[in-house]
Design a protein around this ligand. Structure first.
Ligand code: FAD
Length: 510
């Protein structure tokens, strides 16, 4: 029984139904109940490349997804003004691994070859062609590339208010999910403490073996019914509010950015996501460091006076997550489990990872459920901690001193010890797979390299001279990246050109 019909509810219901053949008479029965009058959160437009495999699992065609969700291609994120706040201050976190990684680590060579250069090539430009593709507004593939196939690794930007309806239709018509539109007004436990049934306004009592709480920030089952403690992480990540606005393009053929743009402000940062028909823009800020009025003024300075005619929505954010995600016969997925600022679009990917683990490990009977619950809790506690570390890295390396927000963000008391230890090691060695030994990692070592070296961090390789032993091989890799860059710039269409073609002709089915 899945409660909630936002992205979390429908992705989880769909992934379970697809794997456990809910459309057949002997499959696992999946029911999703959602309120007809409590709206979904309505934001969350940036995904990870994992969304491609999720769509494949669900059996949704890429052409249909792009057409129906006003989706565009995303090849990474550009972080502007995070280092010193000046106009030319930016770096990229592309979605592709550095050239040759992990068999060749180009980081030491990049340090060596750029040392003393007054205008060095950036780390991401040197080791990956994707930054150039983003700068040119290019798509990650051609119209002849089959669905979900790629020339460059990619994710999507999408209109989340259109995604849930597509998932709903697909899950109910193709995957056998039963859909109930009603409000859950009470949650009733049996003597043993498990949830026995949900009380609804119009549909009577609904029983189930496993209840998935996808009720968003309300966290009706996990938070309210079970009073599962909330672990507040605002001591590390200060963002607690968002002002979101949809900005129309000036012209129909305005280029669509191929990357999320995250521009640092005095008390947070502005996200800017290009969809085919509009941009989604929002200022996520810390109310401890600025007022709503000031935040609105900063957002206005970013968007321009056109914002005066647009509707700006305020969304409060509670930075943190539940202490446990799976309690008795109830598991929380999505905002009901937790949320931290969307700096690296980590919310939808956690939903995908949760849905995958629940469906793979779906307990065969109650007797074994607590074992699965413990595994799930250990796995996701680890993942939340790593995500929080990675997001904090973006702040802790900043040199900005122009506002208290940035000064406070660098205060060691706000930086988790686990991150401080990693950074201490990376003063003498580049991030590598051995820094991340769990098979539950969310961000690979390469992501840490992009952020560290993008933000001007220097590793001192003096005790790792042997890592510079194969200059010939390294130079070949740099040259290969440069040559790929030329090829890609010549051959790929723009994001808008490819989106238009997909709307007209569709992509080839796999
Ligand atoms: C400002 C902001 C920006 C974000 N940006 C990104 C991003 O770029 N990338 C990313 O991955 N994620 C992002 N997210 C997160 C993303 O929006 C969510 O993770 C995602 O939309 C999933 O939401 P959800 O389904 O958990 O909750 P919701 O969308 O809120 O859905 C909750 C559902 O529960 C139902 N419900 C609630 N109470 C009851 C009840 N009593 N009875 C029955 N039904 C009930 C509602 O009707 C609704 O269907 C962002 C979030 C915010 C706040």
């Amino acid at each position: 029984m899945v409660v909630g019909g936002g992205s979390a509810g429908w992705i989880t219901a769909g992934v379970i139904a697809a794997r456990h053949k809910s459309h057949s008479s002997d499959g696992v029965k999946v029911t999703l109940i959602e309120s007809p009058n409590i709206p979904t959160v309505g934001v969350g437009e940036g995904t990870w490349p994992t969304m491609r495999s999720t769509l494949i699992k669900l059996g949704i065609s890429e052409t249909e997804f792009i057409r129906e969700c006003d989706a565009s291609f995303k090849q990474g994120a550009k972080f502007a003004r995070w280092m010193d706040g000046t106009e030319g201050d930016y770096y990229y976190h592309p979605l592709m691994l550095p050239q040759g990684f992990p068999s060749v680590d180009l980081a030491p060579y990049w340090h060596k070859f750029t040392a003393g250069d007054p205008d060095p090539i950036s780390f991401s430009q040197g080791v990956c062609f994707q930054e150039a593709a983003c700068d040119a507004g290019l798509a990650p593939k051609l119209i002849t590339t089959p669905e979900f196939g790629s020339v460059a690794n990619y994710a999507y930007h999408l209109d989340t208010s259109k995604f849930a309806p597509l998932l709903q239709r697909h899950c109910t018509q193709k995957l056998g999910v039963t859909h109930i539109l009603d409000n859950v007004v009470d949650v009733v436990s049996s003597e043993c403490g498990d949830i026995s049934h949900l009380v609804t306004k119009n549909s009577g009592n609904l029983e189930g073996d496993l209840f998935v709480d996808c009720t968003g920030f309300a966290s009706v089952l996990l938070g309210k019914h079970f009073s599962t403690p909330f672990v507040d992480r605002s001591d590390v990540l200060f963002i607690d509010n968002a002002l979101a606005v949809q900005v129309p393009y000036e012209r129909e053929d305005t280029p669509i950015a191929s990357h999320t743009i995250a521009t640092a402000q005095s008390a947070g940062w502005v996200w800017d996501i290009g969809l085919p028909t509009r941009r989604g823009v929002g200022y996520v800020y810390s109310s401890r460091h600025t007022s709503e009025d000031e935040a609105h003024q900063e957002l206005r300075a970013y968007v321009g006076p056109a914002i005066d005619k647009l509707s700006v929505r305020k969304i409060p954010i509670r930075s943190g997550h539940r202490a446990t995600f799976w309690k008795r016969n109830c598991v929380g997925v999505g905002l009901s489990a937790g949320f931290v600022e969307p700096l690296e679009a980590s919310a939808l990917v956690l939903i995908e990872l949760s849905a995958e683990m629940i469906s793979q490990q779906l307990p065969a009977c109650r007797e074994v459920m607590d074992i699965t619950a413990k595994r799930f809790n250990d796995t996701f506690s680890y993942r939340w901690d790593r995500i929080i570390d990675f997001l904090k890295l973006h702040y802790s390396l900043s040199k900005r001193t122009d506002s208290q927000f940035w000064i406070d963000n660098r205060d060691p008391a706000t930086i988790p010890e686990s991150l401080q230890n990693q950074v201490a090691l990376w003063r003498y060695q580049s991030p590598g797979d051995h820094d991340f030994t769990s098979n539950n990692e969310v961000f690979p070592a390469a992501s840490y390299q992009y952020v560290l070296y993008g933000m001007g961090f220097k590793t001192d390789f003096r005790y790792r001279a042997h890592m510079l032993a194969d200059e010939k091989k390294a130079k070949e890799q740099f040259a290969q990246n440069a040559s790929m860059k030329q090829k890609v710039l010549k051959s790929l269409p723009t994001n808008r050109e490819l989106i238009n073609k997909i709307h007209q002709h569709g992509l080839q089915k796999v």
